[in-house]
Design a protein around this ligand. Structure first.
Ligand code: MCN
Ligand code: CUN
Length: 777
């Protein structure tokens, strides 16, 4: 449906799906956002964390006496104190445990050692310098490929019986069948590649304000979390606190990108700080702390093998993946992702960064190795893909590793991207340039095609520490026909206050400005597992549609009572039940809402009021996809890459708000350019993090990004009530390989690892490719 066909509300908004400005921006653009650091309570104290300078060292002693003597310090908390409270260790979201404050040894640089609570933030920071810690440095493991060596230091000796650094090793697929295919293939292409360690780097860092009211026994935590309800249950389980007395409030969040899924030691410290002092305690990390200690992603060493016939029919893919998850394992991985996971002396990794649960790495490997195969076979990479993409009639399609793709029209999306790009003309321009020996730049064209599985659920397949991935939703229609929708997911910039209102508007015909979306407060919203894995729209959005349909059904009964006819005599048009055959006679949803609260005699068994609740347990993931084409110009003298054009055709089913979807894609494409060309968190051989500031960890700006050219195809999900699929991570997943493929196409080299900095590209041209874990030169 185009915008012009949608009815428009009095405030000028589409009633239902369509482009509309974000409701939340009225607040943000006026500086009226309310972030965790804006929360200030009477008598509030401030916490700061002492962090380890070593990547691996035994703690001999911690002397806090001088810090405690500081006139403004109220408490100094150490691991030993936490031990007495049984809070020195906490579970991570993937069944590992992580130290809150170290008791035995530090396992990464920047790890939490002590927590100071003082009257103001500056005094807390000053007092950190008064704490004396004696360390005995231990050998470090920084290179994942050496983590399993016989002489490697054992990092997790806290885990009983641990004699190596292996986390786990998963296999997936049918090995025998795959080996048989490889044995018979005409061509096998092999390629090693690294997806460098990166960081989500949201604008707002992580933090929390905790207040344990000793009189009421209630703990309130304002915190930067993407999953307030899951956090509440974890606090209850870990600290043994009564769950009905815990309120987790996630106010406005300044970007999450996966950084705010997990629970961090700082959050727990602020809770303990409040328990110890009796006052509210605020802890907010600074930029370096965020870049050094929270939620890393990637750091995957991947070996790929692809088998094909001579004419380019792909027969099989074999991968061997070594994933570096740092000292503590963060967020759960789907067991169908074949990889070996190891511990190293780095900050906890494997958490998330617009990752679609590891699909980012998988798509990178697949799209890179398909280009390697195209190079080997001397087939155009677009042609090779078109020859092998799944066809629409193959859906639903079960992959060899067991995922069931719901719907897709892949060749159409790729052809659309090629049409927008003017693919054949670009190839002609490139051929002409390659014939010109004086050309100072080399043009490259890179393609990637991706499928993601998003919308984490169903509950029997996916959980966080046993909590299944379903989402609750509540909708109340007030007597005047205005509505409140309570959802369990939490926006960090994705515009849920707008799109969720649009979902209800689409179903009930109530203008979106009349629908308030309430979220991010466990006392005032139904239980659900939160926002990540682009699951809000696939799961919670479906719950919103279901709850609105329940209201619509009830409204029909009430309208029938008011119109003195049978419910079956009524038909629905947007916002109104009317008598079939007499369309003038009807009741708007607003009139029905009033009647539902009024003195109208309702049929037997029908309660008054127009409220409903729902819990949605998705039957499957949704599988959005896209085709991306990147055009770059590489300076042959300096290795500098300029992204000239970027065409992105995304298919996420119907778009609730096309403007918001485009914004999501723009952001993800910028992420991809950053990862492909600029970003890596590197470490030196002692385990020092070399990416602890934005001087070292570079973020892409408008200078590095072209004007994005977006296209769209629409293939609804057959199992989602609105047909929609998630989109929040698509562009971050799909864009890095397009950029790398373009650069490799320009310099005509089989493979070089990200980030393709000028130095890395220049060295690749010279025939000495650089490793991504080397510090950026
Ligand atoms: N949408 C739509 N039509 C569709 C699909 C989505 O209008 N067919 C809208 C949604 O209603 C929502 C937005 O697009 O307003 C993103 O929806 P969805 O794909 O469901 O993703 P989530 O809302 O669950 O957001 C999570 C996803 C993830 S996992 C990361 S990481 C990420 C991302 O979103 N973090 C972000 N995008 C981000 N954008 C911002 N500004 N900030 C972040 O931290
Ligand atoms: Cu993978 S990052 Mo998002 O799922 O929060």
């Amino acid at each position: 449906m185009t915008t012009t066909e949608v009815p428009i509300s009095a405030a000028g908004n589409p009633i239902g799906f369509g482009r509309m400005l974000r409701k939340e921006d009225a607040r943000f653009l006026r500086g009226k956002g309310n972030y965790v650091d804006d929360v200030n309570l009477p008598g509030m104290l401030h916490g700061a964390i002492l962090r380890s300078p070593y990547a691996h060292a035994r703690i001999i002693s911690v002397d806090t006496s001088a810090a405690e003597a500081h006139p403004k310090v109220k408490a100094v908390i150490t691991g030993k104190i936490l031990e007495t409270l049984k809070l020195a260790w906490m579970p991570t979201l993937s069944m590992d445990v992580q130290s809150v404050l170290c008791t035995d040894k530090v396992r990464f640089q920047g790890q939490e050692v002590a927590f100071v609570v003082a009257e103001d933030h500056y005094s807390a920071r000053d007092a950190l310098e008064l704490i004396e810690v004696e360390y005995e440095p231990l050998p470090v493991v920084i290179d994942a490929r050496k983590a399993l060596d016989a002489d490697a230091a054992i990092i997790r000796d806290d885990l009983e019986g641990r004699t190596d650094n292996k986390i786990y090793d998963w296999e997936a697929g049918n090995k025998e069948a795959c080996d048989a295919v490889f044995a018979k293939a005409d061509v096998v292409v092999t390629q090693d590649m690294v997806y460098p360690r990166s960081h989500p780097a949201p604008m707002e860092t992580c933090g929390s304000v905790a207040y344990m009211d000793k009189v009421t026994g209630k703990l309130t935590i304002w915190t930067t979390t993407q999953a307030p309800h899951a956090h509440r249950t974890l606090y209850a389980l870990v600290a043994g606190l009564p769950e009905q007395k815990i309120q987790v409030i996630s106010p406005d969040i300044g970007g999450g990108f996966g950084n705010k899924v997990g629970i961090y030691p700082g959050y727990v410290c602020s809770v303990v700080g409040s328990i110890v002092t009796g006052a509210p305690v605020k802890w907010v990390e600074d930029r370096s702390e965020n870049l050094m200690s929270t939620s890393f992603a990637r750091d995957y060493h991947m070996h790929g093998e692809i088998a094909a016939t001579r004419d380019g029919k792909i027969l099989g893919l074999r991968v061997d993946v070594l994933a570096d998850h740092g000292a503590f394992n963060g967020v759960a991985q789907p067991t169908k992702f074949p990889a070996g996971f190891v511990y190293t002396n780095k900050a906890p990794g494997g958490v998330a960064y617009a990752c679609s649960f590891r699909i980012t790495e998988a798509v990178y490997l697949v799209e890179r190795i398909v280009d390697c195969l195209a190079d080997e076979l001397k087939i155009d990479p677009a042609e090779l893909r078109l020859k092998n993409l799944l066809r629409p009639e193959q859906f639903p399609y079960t992959t060899p590793t067991g995922w069931e793709y719901d719907s897709g029209e892949y060749p159409r999306a790729l052809r659309e991207a090629m049409r927008i790009a003017g693919y054949d003309d670009l190839r002609r321009e490139q051929a002409a340039q390659r014939g010109d020996s004086n050309a100072k730049t080399a043009m490259g064209i890179g393609i990637s095609f991706f499928t993601e599985g998003v919308g984490a659920g169903p509950r029997k397949h996916m959980d966080i520490l046993g909590l299944g991935m379903a989402d609750g939703c509540e909708l109340r229609i007030h007597p005047t026909g205005k509505a409140q929708l309570r959802i369990s997911v939490q926006t960090q910039g994705q515009g849920h206050e707008t799109t969720f209102a649009q979902i209800v508007s689409q179903e009930l015909g109530i203008p979106p400005e009349d629908i308030e979306v309430i979220h991010g407060d466990t006392d005032n919203t139904p239980f659900g597992l939160g926002t990540y894995g682009s699951r809000s729209t696939p799961v919670s959005g479906a719950a919103a549609a279901v709850v609105a349909r329940r209201i619509k059904d009830k409204a029909r009964i009430i309208a029938a009572a008011a119109l003195e006819c049978a419910p079956d005599d009524l038909a629905w048009e947007q916002g109104r039940w009317y008598v079939k055959g007499d369309p003038e006679k009807g009741k708007t949803i607003q009139e029905i809402a009033f009647a539902s609260h009024g003195n109208l005699e309702l049929p037997e068994g029908v309660e008054g009021h127009l409220d409903a609740t729902a819990v949605y347990n998705p039957p499957n993931l949704t599988y959005p996809f896209g085709a991306y084409i990147c055009v770059v110009d590489v300076d042959k003298g300096t290795g500098e890459v300029k992204v000239r054009r970027f065409i992105a055709v995304d298919d996420c089913g119907p778009r609730i708000n096309p403007m918001i979807v485009e914004g999501q894609i723009h952001g993800g494409l910028a992420d991809g350019v950053g990862m492909a060309l600029m970003q890596v968190i590197a470490f030196d051989e002692s385990g020092n993090n070399l990416g602890g500031s934005f001087m070292d960890y570079l973020l892409p700006t408008s200078m590095e990004c072209p004007s994005w050219e977006l296209g769209e195809t629409v293939t609804p999900s057959p199992h989602h009530p609105l047909g929609v699929k998630g989109v929040g991570e698509s562009a971050t997943v799909g864009s890095p390989p397009a950029v790398v493929n373009a650069v490799m196409d320009a310099i005509q080299i089989r493979h070089a690892d990200m980030p393709l900095t000028p130095a890395a590209v220049w060295r690749a041209i010279q025939g000495h490719p650089m490793r991504p874990d080397m510090a950026i030169e």
